[in-house]
Design a protein around this ligand. Sequence first.
Ligand SMILES: [Cu+2]
Length: 110
Amino acid sequence: MGKRPGLRPGGHELRESHRPHGRGSGGLVPVQPGTTDQQVQQYFDSGAMGPPPFATGGPSGGSDVESPGVSLQLTYNLPAGTYVLLCFVADDQTGMPHAMMGMHKVVVLH
Ligand SMILES: [Cu+2]
């Protein structure tokens, strides 16, 4: 996941292409303003089972796993705010979701 400066609230589209592993599973989850990717990683590294302290519980979006080599165009309609993009594809060796291994990106919808 790279920088996505074009993300906007409202009815827009997110194009997902997962080059590192040729398939993707993405979530767009609302978080408190000012949340950082470092905080997201610290939460995963802590092994906590409860909701993260930066969660807001607002509307979220996402997609299921895509086949290798396939890209996805996701239409979303979300309010302005801070969100974290998460990859839920499981690692081939360990089965660990990529998000826990660092494949997450905090983005702001203006
Ligand atoms: Cu991934």
